[in-house]
Design a protein around this ligand. Sequence first.
Ligand SMILES: NC(=O)c1ccc[n+]([C@@H]2O[C@H](COP(=O)([O-])OP(=O)(O)OC[C@H]3O[C@@H](n4cnc5c(N)ncnc54)[C@H](OP(=O)(O)O)[C@@H]3O)[C@@H](O)[C@H]2O)c1
Length: 431
Amino acid sequence: MSELNVPSQQPSFAPEPSVRRPLRIAIFGFGTVGSSAARILVESQPEGLELTHVFNRGVARKRVDWVPSSVEWSEDAEAVLSSDVDVIVELAGGLEPAGSWVRRALNAGKSVVTANKKLIAYHGIELERLAAAKGGDLKYGAAVAGGIPVIPGLEQGLAGDRIERVEGILNGTCNFMLSKMEEGAEYAAVLATAQARGYAEADPTEDVGGFDARAKLAILMRLALRAEINPEEIVPKPITEISAVDFSYARDLGCTIRQVARGERSGEEIAATVGPMLVAQRSPLAWSRGTENMVVLSGRYGGNVVFSGHGAGGNPTAVAVVSDLLALAHGSRRVDIPSTPGHVGAEFEVPHYIRFRVVDRPGIVAEITGALAKEQINIRAIVQKSGYPQEALPFVVTVEPCKSSALSRALENIRTMDCLLDEPLDLQMLE
Ligand SMILES: NC(=O)c1ccc[n+]([C@@H]2O[C@H](COP(=O)([O-])OP(=O)(O)OC[C@H]3O[C@@H](n4cnc5c(N)ncnc54)[C@H](OP(=O)(O)O)[C@@H]3O)[C@@H](O)[C@H]2O)c1
């Protein structure tokens, strides 16, 4: 009898048929992202995932007829957390009570998927350790750049590289506003439009002040630069001082203006900053318009990798949430990227754009160049466009790469000049 006739005696390499029941999922927070995530789970019915609970305060306001009757609606967080759900999807936002729910779930050995950048930026390390200790998992692919898979990209496709620099447009509200200003509008008008369209909050400080982008940068720096940075160490610069005249000057310099978050490793030290910057019109960062996000990761071995797409909005962000849930359901193991505590001690050495607004009088340029020379800062160009009144004259000085601390000292001297109408605007230039 040939071997072929006795297949039952052969070792079998066929995979065991899966007998795992679907993961039981509770969504905490049925708002923009929570309702979109529920919609995808209900409509697409991804294999291995079952929506069983929706938790929100004032649930009567939230109920919708497209959620199957098998799903339990609840206003009682404790009851859902102590039920037999496998995964809590935290989409309420903020540090508390979201943080307590997440800790409670992880302590019970459940897994958590969240889009909460603030919670992950400030407490991500502690929560990941808790998850590992209790046998659950914590996934937050939606916390940075919404629907753009930059976090899974870092955890999988780029884990083999050593990322040395991360640069990104991480706040869709600022990008919408700045790309509208590029068309000629002033700050106050574009803020009103952003608020009317629901892109900006009534109090826009988190976005325009750079606080939202710095939380996302801190998360990216941990995965990309492997450095655990307290977000408070990154001092953001607001976009509020940018005016239409800056876009006009930027255009003449072959640039535009974007809110950029950047972090770089310089030996053991980290340089990190968030704020409006001049970016060359031919650079990828200038291409992103409207509410788009973009992240450029520069690897020692692989060079630049660019991620771009919709960084916010219910559906794009919910795609990232459901993708995290599918990774859990399929038991996908991510690469454990080691990180160590770091601090922001290094400075970027880049060219700067400085815009002055003055009452014109003789000797202004000589005084400014003198203050810069005292700090060994070389001037690249002095640009003055015609058509502005002598009593409120905007002009621009660009300088060769220098440390921000040296420029700050020079500007401290320049600020004492009696002809200045307002604070000089200092922007980094990315080349
Ligand atoms: N929207 C985006 O484009 C986007 C993109 C990336 C990441 N994210 C992140 O995703 C998360 C959710 O954002 P979102 O835009 O979906 O917010 P949202 O529309 O305000 O939804 C939050 C939901 O959670 C509920 N909620 C908040 N606090 C609660 C509490 N203490 N008890 C019970 N329910 C509570 C809210 O109920 P009420 O209706 O009663 O307030 C609301 O239904 C945030 O962490 C956000 O940073 C959002």
